[in-house]
Design a binder for this molecule. Structure first.
Ligand code: MUC
Ligand code: MG
Length: 375
């Protein structure tokens, strides 16, 4: 190694637990807090990259838990990175993928940190490393998941009045189809044309429930159903798409470019939720988005409820998409009671401003990091 060669000198990971503003109820888990794996990578030239990984309800949603991600990062990823000659983000991610199978959430945390550091080194936002941004502001919806009808309506009305959100996704699948449809229809009726309403079933329905539920939701004026069926029921999703009464979004199914290729080839969804964590990183998520666009389906900006770092990384990528007809759901920082970064994100005019500062444009509030760190 020669003296001027760039290397990674320090690799630090932390587990943080941050309370949510209210319980967030999904079909598979109820969240009272979010657990985050925070990653900080320091290079020999002094540049620092921040990364982040989170999931939903421990192991209830994905096959990596925050605790497991931290152990994998420290035990298996760090030795592949520390004190090695460092050439590029792509070369490093390739070395990682040759040595580590799966672990998409952990890979994503690493690629975010490498891109953040590279942005700082070059003085450009991460969007410019991903092909260049097309927009500076992206639409963001809000998820109504209190489970209580009047609370959900009041929450939505407040969001519309303050121009923070006018698109709402309602988490269903925990109750019967009839009860869920009645809940969602009442919200749509209360909000009328002032809002677009979508639902996320999080894989909870059988094919029969999905056939019945999708017809009822279409009649109630709901615009889209997200992942009504199990993630691997590609054929069932295709049959719902063919009915053509309501847009069908694939979410949990979309675990990287290969499955996106298979699903788009089979016309198994109208809309695809692009998640940097589910894809295994920003570059793989960009490939998923390209596959979706080429197929004629629509990409949508998804989240694993990552707070500021993951949200900003996602926003940087989504700002490069040629079209975002269904918008994004990058609202997770607003779901947390407190933040552990210095910057306040700009949620305005029913969307989020994508910062133009170098890297992700995020710095850590060290006191808050240590306050929320798991002891
Ligand atoms: C999901 O399935 O969409 C995104 C928003 C939310 O409330 O949960 C996540 C996951
Ligand atoms: Mg979903």
């Amino acid at each position: 190694m020669n003296a001027t060669e760039l290397t990674i000198e320090k690799f630090e990971s932390f587990l943080l637990d941050v309370p949510t503003i209210r319980p967030h109820i999904l079909s598979m888990a109820t969240m009272h807090s979010q657990t985050i794996v925070l990653l900080r990578i320091t290079f020999s030239d002094g540049t620092v990259g921040l990364g982040e990984a989170s999931t939903i309800g421990g192991l209830a949603y994905g096959d990596e838990s925050p605790e497991g991600i931290k152990v994998s990062l420290d035990s298996y990823f760090a030795p592949l990175l520390l004190n090695q000659p460092y050439k590029s983000v792509g070369g490093t991610m390739l070395r990682i993928s040759k040595n580590i199978v799966g672990n998409r959430f952990a890979k994503n945390a690493i690629e975010i940190a490498l891109m953040d550091a590279m942005g700082h080194r070059l003085g450009v936002p991460v969007s410019e490393l991903l092909g260049g941004r097309i927009v500076d502001h992206i639409p963001v919806l809000w998820v109504l998941a209190s489970g209580d009808l009047s609370k959900d309506i009041a929450e939505a009305e407040e969001m519309i009045a303050s121009r923070r959100h006018n698109v709402f996704k309602i988490k269903i699948g925990k109750r019967s189809v009839d009860q869920d449809v009645a809940h969602v229809a009442a919200i749509k009726q209360a909000l009328g044309d002032a809002a677009s309403i979508r639902v996320d079933v999080n894989q909870a329905w059988t094919r029969w429930q999905a056939n019945r539920g999708s017809a009822m939701l279409a009649d109630a004026g709901i615009d889209l159903i997200e992942q009504p069926l199990r993630h691997d029921d590609i054929e069932g999703m295709k049959q719902l798409v063919q009915q053509g009464r309501i847009a069908i979004m694939a979410d949990e199914s979309v675990q990287g470019p290969k499955i996106a290729f298979d699903m788009t080839t089979a016309y198994s969804a109208d809309v695809y939720s692009i998640k940097i964590a589910q894809s295994g990183g920003l570059s793989e998520a960009a490939r998923v988005a390209s596959i979706v666009s080429i197929s004629g389906a629509a990409p949508y900006g998804g989240t694993m409820l990552e707070p500021h770092i993951g949200t900003m990384a996602s926003a940087q990528l989504f700002s490069t998409f040629p079209s975002l007809e269904w918008g994004t759901e990058l609202f997770a920082p607003l779901l947390l009671k407190e933040q552990y970064v210095n910057e306040t994100l700009d949620y305005v005019d029913f969307g989020l401003t994508v910062p133009n500062s170098p890297g992700l444009g995020i710095s850590l509030d060290e006191d808050k990091v240590s306050y929320f760190s798991r002891k």
